[in-house]
Design a protein around this ligand. Structure first.
Ligand code: CU
Length: 646
């Protein structure tokens, strides 16, 4: 990770144990495994990431101390399909642990996605199947390989590293690659031998013989209308920005946090704290996205296998794309590069992977005194963001820090929807008509945020907080009385919580050992927005693999190795071996180091307006101080400009 722009940063970055692996460290991990474990040319690296130091070690760390560096790696041998998990000591140059993972299929890799597309476009059987549909220009074809759920893999291919492909073609050289689906054509591929096993060709599936005429383009030169008029808008901070970045340590308006990055979660926020009267009070130990599950809700031939695990199968880090000034981020931007690796273990630098900037956010607070006039403060927020492209879809992730102690996490989805054609005279039951004889299947994007909060320290309890209207009684003759009930969640089974509209249920993470000046326990409230029910049969294959989506919130006691809510290897999985398995122990979650797993996202009932490219659909949730401070922490925000104060 390295900073590419100089705005607001300190000259010599200080090394820290949470710094992501460098390009050189990726190379070393691969070299050590080649040397010590015979990881050869027929192997692939699925993942390499830093072993993050434990909480005690982190607390004890002093700048300048020697730093131990270790990495986790998962790799597999393509010849026999066997996968291994390694702990590699970079400090000692040795393999500290090497574990066989029988029956496990590591995540998909970007290399496989490209190699599979390449291989299939040169496959004579594919060329024949396409020619039968009138597609002869293979240069315009894209085969998008997807991962499978185990239950849907044909019996004869069980145990293989199989993928299945969608076939698309561009209407012209620079046309949208996802504009034209090739209906009923799905290659099944052995990704280890990188060869075609068979083609599922249901040309008789009811899809129309003549493809519809669709307008699936978005490039200015390909759309049938002139661009509308718009004037320039500039953001200028003539005196520079108000944040500093020292290595990976980011400081702004009392906030302090550390940036991390890995192949799977992408951006990770570590040790988030708020400086209160000069003392940095912990709020969160680690914030990230641990899984994203995207079941398509269309049981027809072209879609019944479509349940993507964009984090567990593909990885937000691997899919992160470079950001461009003025396009992706506007204003005074500090970019941070990220380093990931390819399946050979070679480092790959993503330039401008993370964008850090400040934004004006309208009014923070205001009052007009009828005698003395108005007093106003402008709100400013710090935004740390990154963008990922997972084949046809884009996810834009924004962590926003506010002056009042609020943290907002917003995800925007954009990109190109999966579409499918249907014959004349039919109406699609499982999607919305978006173009001539073309519909976009309904689907859902469930995102699981892993929120390792440490509110003023690790000993926290989660309370469900619910509003209740009291019945009319002698004490409440007008029926106005409203009380708020705070119920501590004692065990993991109590920690499985669902959104509840009638009680406006939310959750407070409280440190009962720390009191504010008012004498109440300090806390942070998780405000559940952007959540929705799974609407999935509990016996379905999709639900079995992603049981985490069955609740809005799960709470577990912190365990270093519990990171992936649908299991470490959702690729070709049969069931969810993460949260449902851990929580079977029904451990205590009271007055301990808790981790919250918040499930939110987008219930995507597709619209004609989402086609051919989707204007962003944004969803967010909030972490808000609740008694963390004993008064409004923004009284000291200065009036800028000066006329905001009379
Ligand atoms: Cu969607």
């Amino acid at each position: 990770m390295s900073t590419t722009e100089q705005a607001g940063r300190v000259a010599a970055p200080t090394a820290h144990p949470l710094d992501p692996l460098s390009a050189e460290e990726f190379r070393q991990v691969a070299a050590i495994l080649r040397r010590e474990r015979g990881v050869g040319a027929r192997w692939r690296f699925a993942s390499i990431e830093l072993v993050e130091p434990g909480k005690d070690a982190l607390r004890a760390f002093q700048p300048g101390q020697p730093i131990r560096r270790d990495a986790h790696a998962v790799c597999w041998n393509r010849d026999d399909g066997q996968a291994y998990r390694a702990v590699v000591s970079l400090t000692d140059g040795t393999v500290a642990a090497w574990e066989h993972l029988p029956g496990q299929h590591p995540n998909m890799t970007v290399d496989e996605w490209h190699e599979c597309d390449e291989m299939l476009r040169g496959e004579p059987r594919m060329a024949e199947a396409l020619a039968r549909r009138g597609v002869t220009d293979l240069g315009r074809v894209l085969v998008d390989v997807w991962a499978y759920g185990a239950a849907l893999v044909p019996e004869r291919y069980r145990g293989l590293r199989v993928g299945w492909g969608d076939v698309w073609y561009r209407g012209s050289e620079h046309g949208n690659p996802y504009a034209h689906p090739v209906a009923g054509l799905h290659p099944i591929v052995d990704l280890n031998r990188m060869e075609l096993l068979e083609i599922e060709d249901s040309a008789d599936s009811g899809a129309p013989a003549t493809p519809p005429r669709v307008m699936g383009e978005y490039l200015p030169e390909l759309i049938p209308m002139p661009p509308r008029d718009i004037k320039p808008l500039s953001v200028s901070q003539p005196e520079g920005v108000s944040f500093t970045l020292d290595g990976t340590l980011l400081s702004w308006q009392n906030w302090q946090l550390r940036l991390g990055f890995n192949y799977r979660e992408g951006l990770v926020l570590h040790t988030v704290g708020f400086s209160d009267s000069g003392r940095v009070r912990p709020v969160a130990h680690r914030l990230s996205f641990a899984e994203m599950v995207v079941p398509y809700r269309d049981p027809t031939t072209d879609h019944y296998r479509r349940t993507a695990f964009d984090i567990g199968e593909w990885g937000l880090g691997f899919m992160t794309t470079s950001l461009e000034l003025g396009c992706d981020c506007l204003g005074e931007i500090t970019y941070v590069d990220a380093v990931v690796h390819d399946s050979r273990g070679e480092p790959r630098t993503i330039k401008n992977a993370i964008c850090i900037h400040e934004e004006d956010n309208a009014v923070l607070w205001k009052h007009v005194d009828h005698v003395y006039g108005a007093e106003v403060r402008r709100a400013r927020r710090l935004v740390v963001s990154f963008h990922v492209t997972v084949a046809n879809y884009e996810y834009l992730v924004y962590w926003r820090f506010y002056q009042d102690g609020n943290i907002e996490c917003e995800v925007r989805a954009t990109g190109i929807m999966v579409t499918t054609h249907f014959p004349d005279g039919h109406q699609p039951p499982y999607g919305t008509l978006v173009d001539e004889r073309t519909y976009a299947p309904f689907h859902q994007h469930f995102i699981v945020a892993r929120l390792d909060l440490d509110v003023d320290g690790p000993a926290n309890t989660v309370y469900a907080t619910e509003s209740e209207a009291l019945p009319v009684s002698e004490e409440n003759p007008y029926g106005l009385a409203l009380v708020v009930r705070n119920t501590p969640l004692h065990t993991e089974s109590e920690g499985m919580q669902d959104y509840d509209w009638p009680t406006q249920r939310a959750w407070k993470v409280v440190n009962d050992g720390v009191r504010n000046g008012l004498g109440t326990s300090v806390g942070y409230k998780l405000v559940p927005t952007g959540c929705f029910p799974p609407l999935l049969d509990r016996s379905s294959v999709a639900f079995r693999r992603a049981q985490v989506i069955g609740h809005t919130l799960w709470v577990t006691p912190y365990r270093e190795d519990e990171r992936w809510p649908c299991g470490e290897f959702p690729n070709l999985s049969d069931h969810d071996s993460g949260l449902p398995t851990w929580t079977e122990q029904n451990r205590s979650i009271e007055n301990t180091d808790v981790v919250l797993w918040y499930v939110f996202g987008i219930h995507h009932v597709t619209r004609p307006e989402d086609w051919p490219i989707m204007p962003v659909d944004a969803v967010s949730f909030w972490l808000k101080p609740f008694g963390f401070f004993d008064r409004n922490p923004t009284l000291d925000v200065p009036p800028t400009p000066a006329q905001c104060h009379d």
